[in-house]
Write a protein that binds this ligand. Sequence first.
Ligand SMILES: NC(=O)c1ccc[n+]([C@@H]2O[C@H](COP(=O)([O-])OP(=O)(O)OC[C@H]3O[C@@H](n4cnc5c(N)ncnc54)[C@H](O)[C@@H]3O)[C@@H](O)[C@H]2O)c1
Length: 345
Amino acid sequence: MAQLLITGGAGFIGSHTCLILLEAGYDLVVLDNFSNSSSESLRRVAELSKIGHEDRLKVFEGDIRSREDLDRVFFSARDGIHAVVHFAGLKAVGESLLFPLAYWDVNVGGSRTLLAAMRRHGCRTIVFSSSATLYGDPREVPITEKSKVQPINPYGRTKAAIEKMLSGYAKAEAGWRIAFLRYFNPVGAHQSGQIGESPSGIPNNLFPFVSQVAIGLRDHLQVFGGDWPTKDGTAIRDYIHVMDLAEGHRAALELLQHEEPQVLTFNLGSGQGYSVIEVIKAFEQESGRSVPYVIGARRKGDVACSVADPSYAAKCLGWRTKRSLNEMCRDSWLWQQSSPQGYLE
Ligand SMILES: NC(=O)c1ccc[n+]([C@@H]2O[C@H](COP(=O)([O-])OP(=O)(O)OC[C@H]3O[C@@H](n4cnc5c(N)ncnc54)[C@H](O)[C@@H]3O)[C@@H](O)[C@H]2O)c1
């Protein structure tokens, strides 16, 4: 079966996607520097997928910015790497405002080094983790793939730059198969509660924060802005269950491998927006716990509303989300209860 390189495969979305891809029969090689993850996630992925022998999931500790680390990984594959699923990178909007150069270095520099390694080793298929952040403050909602790319923070600008670099490269050299998957807001966890999002320090995202408040690790949630032009004044996002997102990667890989070389862009979201208050209520229902919150000032770099039009992905990939907001809350809560400190224990 085809062997895939998964960069950043130990992280939140990478680990869930590894599980789906192993179940689909692919053999995987993961390259991760564990700067924001633990190898424990992959140990649990191996356990959940019941892979018979460790050959099907090889793990290399290394950096996408290192030519040597990448060569080591490509040479390890007996029959070559058929495709890359590229998750590795830095992902926090607020941090990118404080340390923009680190974002250009890891995200853009790392992707450039990866692209060069793919060329050297004759691999021309890549699925890239892009982000709805590159739409900035969208003029119209729902957002289609044709909506303007106008990122408003360094993180979003690095994602836009990587898309440009890869699509520009595909024009210069024939044979590239590329999918940009623009994720909306990935949340939730595997239904076993064994793998999930394991943020280090104070979570940047709403779901891990809400979970930590519900379980008593934090006493309240700080809501960023109650004066947005939305139904209840709190910001609206399109949340997508991480297992639905993982299935989107499998669909994209299958399409790329069976079609002519081309560059494709897909919004991966549910098409349904929920406010922060609606998320809190759903989480309270599923956990049976109360989630106290305080409404504070807006956060720099945030927007009022971001919701995908996922119809192009539905048409081309035959993919759409299946899991509801309540399932996202239920699975996040299960993960939070089974691993209150993430993978740290
Ligand atoms: N989680 C989200 O809300 C979200 C939304 C849109 C897009 N994305 C993108 O999806 C991808 C995965 O996100 P995630 O939430 O799983 O993040 P994550 O931090 O959990 O996973 C990223 C992984 O990459 C690894 N990594 C970081 N720098 C590396 C380097 N230089 N070399 C090798 N490995 C490195 C980290 O250790 C981690 O395991 C990222 O590219 C992110 O920008 C995430």
